[in-house]
Design a protein around this ligand. Structure first.
Ligand code: MG
Length: 372
């Protein structure tokens, strides 16, 4: 069956790799109807020319509503959500309410509004398919098994650029150090999150929502080779892993096509090429973001949304030279204390605490940490 796709975030790392996958799959399977990016760029213009049937829009030119407009096109049946951060929230909710196939790379949406998004997806028959490589691995490993057969999930983490650094060295990490990820080439925000391991903290919360488990049953294991993308431990003790080269095009293709499998020529990993695979416990004292994320999802309500928004703002602040790498954690923790939690929560509540958390971080960066 042909699919008609809207790509939110078409010029970013996931967006461009999604188009590569679609080119490999071929236009007999998938048509690209909408390309939405953050701003106009030569890359967006080139994409619009290449997919001549597609409309293109840029949030900074056409306004944030262009994300929702693309999702609301009645011809669209598949949406790829690859916009960085909580900006994708309203469009994802619209896609769930329309009951579409929602291929989701933006974990911040599930962190900020997991309860709401999962409920709407269930109510309206939307299929939420993770693009995040760890969650795609978990998704593949649980196929055919009911939720009560799952004991634990083990998220693998490369450990990022600071895996072998001491806490003191991390204190003095520069922007260039933090952007130097050993395995994955990604956008700036997720690369900084990987260095602090906040990315893995966000992924714990993402897995809680996608697979209905408490955080206490989701472990993190450091696996520097990034070959095993995550593991599911079943109640009988069986452990299933999904393996492959660290190449996002495979999880993207699975999200687009599941349960169909096509050979699109994505490089394959032969067992003899795997070499030695290492797995280590994570040093939570060196990477306090992990416990912060666990605390946020345990508390629940709007606290994960506050943590997520504060983290987005503080990462932007770090990349702009407004705070050090080591200061980021304390500012996010302070925002979680400062913003009054709301319960029950609606989209309005989530957007409200999101704005408060960002304002709090901005004032912290200006008043306490700013160079000016
Ligand atoms: Mg991931």
């Amino acid at each position: 069956m042909r699919q008609n796709v809207a790509i939110l975030g078409s010029t970013g790392s996931i967006g461009t790799q999604t188009l590569d996958v679609i080119d490999r799959i071929g236009s007999s399977h998938i048509d690209v109807l909408h390309l939405v990016a953050n701003h106009r760029s030569p890359r967006l213009d080139e994409q619009a020319k290449r997919y001549s049937g597609a409309t293109s829009a840029a949030v900074m030119v056409d306004g944030p509503k262009c994300l929702i407009d693309a999702v609301m096109d009645p011809r669209v049946d598949t949406v790829v959500v690859a916009v960085s951060g909580a900006a994708a929230l309203e469009a994802t909710i619209a896609a769930c309410v329309r009951g579409l196939r929602v291929c989701i790379a933006t974990k911040e949406v599930l962190v900020a509004a997991g309860a709401l998004v999962m409920q709407l997806a269930r109510d309206h028959g939307a299929a939420l398919l993770p693009i995040d490589s760890e969650h795609s691995a978990l998704f593949q490993a649980i196929q055919g098994y009911g939720p009560d057969t799952i004991d634990r999930m083990h998220l693998t983490a490369s450990g990022g650029p600071f895996r072998t650094w001491s806490a003191d060295q991390i204190q003095n990490a520069t922007i260039a150090d933090a952007l130097n990820h050993p395995t994955w080439k990604m956008g700036g925000k997720i690369t900084i999150d990987s260095a602090s391991m906040m990315n893995k903290g966000l992924e714990i919360i993402e897995a809680c929502w996608l697979y209905g488990l408490p955080e206490s049953r989701i472990d993190v294991v450091v696996h520097p080779q990034s070959i095993v993308h995550s593991l599911v431990e079943f109640t009988d003790g069986s452990l299933l892993a999904q393996m492959g080269y660290p190449d996002m095009r495979l999880p993207i293709q699975i999200a687009l096509l599941h349960p169909t499998k096509l050979d699109t020529g994505i490089p394959r990993l032969h067992p003899t090429q795997m070499g030695t695979l290492e797995f280590h416990a994570v040093d939570t004292a060196k990477f306090p973001a992990l416990e912060l994320a666990r605390e946020a999802i345990r508390t629940g309500g709007t606290v994960p949304a506050v943590m997520n928004a504060a983290n987005e703002a503080v990462v932007a602040g770090f990349l702009a030279g407004k705070c050090t790498f080591a200061q980021m954690h304390g500012i996010v923790a302070a925002a979680m204390d400062a913003v009054q939690p709301l319960d029950p929560m609606s989209l309005t509540d989530i957007l409200d605490v999101d704005a408060q958390a960002r304002a709090y971080v901005t004032s912290c960066l200006e008043n306490h940490f700013g160079a000016s």
